[in-house]
Design a protein around this ligand. Structure first.
Ligand SMILES: NC(=O)c1ccc[n+]([C@@H]2O[C@H](COP(=O)([O-])OP(=O)(O)OC[C@H]3O[C@@H](n4cnc5c(N)ncnc54)[C@H](OP(=O)(O)O)[C@@H]3O)[C@@H](O)[C@H]2O)c1
Length: 263
């Protein structure tokens, strides 16, 4: 992978280089990572796999290796057959040196609680000799009681609202557990919630050189109708400005890190 920004340009050679390129400040950070097509589709055939590639997988693994916790929506867990977040042994040592647990837990946001307690996602089977941390289920009071009871046997249940999960309450609950660095892996509904609540601090975007065409799911969900969104003369005020903090290229893909706010 060739780092283009910040200058000087250089070759990023291996995971350790990538970890330093994607390192975050020690303060609490909420960042999201997505791979998108040129027209901002996030999935093809219901999954993101066809958009990614080898370098994208490296970045995905690097961001997991750096975070305290992975935050994800239940639909992504179901669509992408999630399991525990695996971390390679050298990265585990670097995590330990930073005072982090060997593997980040995954926190899933759900209202319906429609997750199979017997699925890989909740598996505590050792990975490279390490028992994965218990997943967290961030949910609300309205979760059906039988599902809540079944999930409580395989995960930590955290109630973060009445009829829906309040993102601020969810992040506070994670921080209370010492999970300050949050990596949101999607999907678009979860990203939209964080953006709406003004909680997103960093967006890592992999731009894949494919055009998906109409009819897919896009980065922030569906396109609004003509009567939605700000009027033309108010667009300037409503735009949130971001700064490109990092840009790299590999196999025709662009890897960008955007930080909230102007430089
Ligand atoms: N390209 C990429 O990098 C990327 C990354 C991630 C996902 N994806 C794709 O995105 C698609 C899934 O995205 P999505 O937007 O449909 O779903 P999602 O964001 O993964 O999950 C949506 C689900 O999260 C729960 N949820 C969301 N907000 C909630 C709230 N405030 N309170 C309680 N529960 C809440 C609900 O779960 P329940 O239904 O269980 O109540 C809801 O159905 C998949 O096709 C996946 O492949 C792509």
């Amino acid at each position: 992978m060739r780092q283009l920004l910040p200058e000087p340009a250089r070759t990023l050679d291996g995971r350790e280089d990538l970890e330093s390129a994607y390192a975050t400040p020690s303060a609490p950070t909420v960042r999201a990572n997505f791979v998108i097509s040129l027209d901002a589709a996030v999935s093809l055939g219901g999954q993101s796999a066809a958009l990614g590639g080898a370098a994208d997988k490296e970045v995905f693994a690097t961001l997991r290796a750096l975070t305290d916790v992975v935050l994800v929506g239940a639909a992504t867990v179901r669509a992408e057959s999630y399991g525990p977040a695996k971390v390679a042994p050298p990265a585990i040592e670097r995590r330990r040196a930073r005072g982090q647990a060997p593997m980040p837990p995954i926190a899933v946001i759900t209202r319906a609680g429609d997750l199979d307690p017997a699925s890989d996602f909740f598996s505590r089977a050792p990975v490279r000799g390490l028992v994965p941390p218990s997943p967290l289920v961030l949910t609300c009071e309205s979760i059906p009681s039988e599902r809540r009871a079944a999930l409580a046997r395989v995960a930590d249940i955290v109630i973060c609202g009445d009829d829906s999960v309040d993102d601020k309450a969810a992040l506070a609950a994670l921080r209370q557990r010492g999970l300050a660095q949050v990596l949101c892996e999607g999907g678009p509904s979860i990203l939209a919630g964080l953006v709406e609540a003004d909680l997103l601090e960093e967006l890592c975007l992999t731009h894949s050189p494919v055009l998906a065409g109409p009819g897919h799911q896009y980065l922030l969900g569906a396109r609004p109708g003509p009567d939605q969104g700000p009027a033309a003369d108010q667009v300037g005020e409503s735009l949130s400005r971001w700064t490109m903090a990092f840009l790299a290229e590999a196999d025709g893909m662009l890897f960008a890190r955007y930080r909230s706010g102007e430089a």
